[in-house]
Design a protein around this ligand. Sequence first.
Ligand code: GA4
Length: 326
Amino acid sequence: MVVLAGTPAVDHIPLLRSPDPGDNFSGMPVVDLSRPGAPRAIADACERFGFFKLVNHGVALDAMDRLESEAVRFFSLPQADKDRSGPAYPFGYGSKRIGLNGDMGWLEYLLLAVDSASLPAASAVPSCALFRAALNEYIAAVRKVAVRVMEAMAEGLGIAPADALSAMVAAEGSDQVFRVNHYPPCHALQGLGCSATGFGEHTDPQLISVLRSNGTSGLQIALQSGHWVSVPSDRDAFFVNVGDSLQVLTNGRFKSVKHRVVANSLKSRVSMIYFGGPALTQRIAPLPQLLREGEQSLYKDFTWGEYKKAAYNSRLGDNRLAHFHR
Ligand code: GA4
């Protein structure tokens, strides 16, 4: 991490080396969901990287674009209007502060609850009807993709029933979150070789995360070697992350991927992410179908509710799963 004194705009925001084209993830797994080989390719990518790019996913680009335009419109509102949709915790608008334990990033965002397949009718944020409609349309579609991908994961792992993993997200009472992030350009650092951290390194606590961004890159993932690589943007694709809970359900076969976002000095990045988590009472432990003869769980037993509580009490970059290792 680089620290730069005397640049007030980025005070308190950790800095990172600016990415260059040589950092691009050359071996990025790209899975075509319409192909028969998708389940095996997904399982393979989750074992090697905990991450893959998904194409031919069936979600209309129109729905993605509609949500992106509404998000851009929201983030262009005067600061005082946006602040009226805050604070971000438990749900709402937030700026620069991430979580409740002192993490900071060069971004503003909306953190939203999801009730089965849409925004809870009672939630007041966002108030704009067009934005809400675009969110509801998109969330219903991306959630279906998450369920299809989790079915493919079970097939790729060779386990039955087909919904052994997906049922946890599809079930009534599953704990789903949606987030829209806006990383404004950080002009103050232009040409200095360093960039503002948009979202600091972390793993996602849930089972699965499905991300879509506009054409501005910034996402980086850590390979198992610890080396960081940049993920070139693709506005037509989804990027799928394995979360901590899925790592545990697979007894470490699938890897929860460490990732972060570097803010661009010239262009805005807008991303929208669906986080699929199980019900709060769901026990998180390796699926018996996946344990080989004599194989023991690597983890202590816990419920998603317990893990979530511990996660929200931690700092972004903490190794949250370490506390649950046997
Ligand atoms: C990471 C994944 C999701 O964005 C999120 C994040 C949450 C937040 O932004 O409030 C957390 C982070 C995330 C993990 C550890 C805690 C909680 C910030 C933080 C420091 C919404 C989530 O569920 O966990």
